[in-house]
Write a protein that binds this ligand. Structure first.
Ligand code: SAM
Ligand code: DTB
Ligand code: SF4
Length: 331
């Protein structure tokens, strides 16, 4: 039987077989072990609350099969060029007042270019950082130089997901490779920015491919400081628009296994939370999730209401985590 005490030390040398064994444990053993490990290493009732803002929406040249922002798919999406800095700072202020401690700005870009738009992103990072929020960006591929520039502006985290296992990845995205993604993650790491990297459940991948994603994540060293586990939001018009909803048990199994192989990481119950009941979310927290996206929108799709999240936190006795500005110094 799983014993959580065997997992307290972070390791970067997991084999797929080892992770497979954990993943396929009886579900209640898995939840119990992950929950116990979580309680031993993290403040049990603390949940990081992050807010997302899409600062540049739609018109993206990539072909990510899940994404409503890819220009090639016909989705009901309002395209928007890069927002003005003032508007972004206003949204960040509102997010802070509503209790978020991390503010994550997303752009529908393949990669960052060294142009005026990037200068504007830099101003956004500076402004949000000055408010005392942890600033995160997700802008596509970046070079080491761009990462260094964002770090100097006060960027705390960079989100770049691996999305799935290497062998499933090219069924979902053909316009950039797994290796490209790993390179960006390396650039983020070299600049001393914390790494936020996770994936999506429910795209048609097998259990082995879910395990494959966790295997790649757990072999990144140091481990990502945060790992979003997204349930696919099936958006009409995308190639994955008619995928069935992910079962709660799949999310719980994924979160619990992530918790055990990434013991110190913030595991984020990400997209798809809007379709979960309070009881289902509680199960995810019990299985070791300790971070969420809050605010009525994710990037382009609806998210849980602030009020119902506040009620849930009160009900379960959860408290928002304070910003952690000291997570990592440059290597
Ligand atoms: N364009 C940048 C990129 O791809 O890196 C940043 C934004 S992109 C929307 C960030 C991540 O959101 C994706 O890597 C994917 O994991 C997640 N995502 C996008 N659409 C999603 C959907 N429909 N359901 C679940 N997760 C999604
Ligand atoms: C992540 O892993 N999930 C967030 C964030 N990182 C950028 C995005 C979820 C997007 C869901 C679909 C949408 O709202 O467009
Ligand atoms: Fe573009 Fe990012 Fe969407 Fe892929 S996930 S289509 S790169 S916005």
């Amino acid at each position: 039987m799983l014993d959580w005490r065997n997992y307290t030390t972070a390791r970067g040398d997991w084999t797929r077989e080892e992770i497979k064994e954990i993943y396929h444990s009886p579900l209640l053993d898995l939840i119990f072990a992950a929950g116990s490990l979580h309680r031993a290493l993290h403040p049990a009732n603390e949940v990081q609350v992050c807010t997302l803002l899409s600062v540049k929406t739609g018109g993206c040249p990539e072909d990510c099969a899940y994404c409503p922002q890819a220009a090639r798919y016909q989705t009901e999406l309002e395209v928007h060029r890069l927002m003005d800095v003032d508007k972004v700072l206003e949204a960040a202020r509102e997010a802070k007042e509503a209790g978020s401690t991390r503010f994550c700005m997303g752009a529908a870009w393949r990669e960052v270019r060294d142009n005026r738009d990037f200068d504007r992103i830099i101003s956004m990072i500076e402004g949000v950082n000055e408010m005392g929020l942890e600033v995160c960006c997700t802008l596509g591929m970046i070079t080491e130089e761009q990462a260094v520039r964002m770090k100097a502006a006060g960027l705390h985290a960079y989100n770049h997901n691996l999305d799935s296992a290497p062998e499933f990845y090219d069924k979902i995205i053909t316009t950039r490779t797994y290796q490209d993604r790993l390179r960006t993650l390396e650039n983020v790491r070299k600049a001393g920015i914390t790494v936020c990297c996770g994936g999506i459940v429910g795209m048609g991948e097998s259990d082995d491919e879910r395990i494959g994603l966790l295997h790649t994540l757990s072999n990144l060293w140091p481990h990502p400081e945060s790992t979003p586990i997204n349930a696919l939001v099936a958006v009409e018009g995308t190639p994955l628009g008619d995928r069935p909803k992910v079962q709660i048990w799949d999310m719980v199994r994924m979160i619990a296994t992530a918790r055990l192989v990434l013991p110190n990481t913030q595991v984020r119950l990400s997209a798809g939370r809007v379709h979960m009941s309070d009881e289902q979310q509680a199960l995810c927290f019990l299985a070791g999730a300790n971070s969420i996206f809050a605010g009525e929108k994710l990037l382009t799709t609806p998210n849980n209401e602030r009020d119902s999240d506040a009620e849930l936190f009160a009900l379960l006795g959860l408290v928002p985590r304070v910003p952690n500005k000291k997570e990592l110094q440059p290597a």
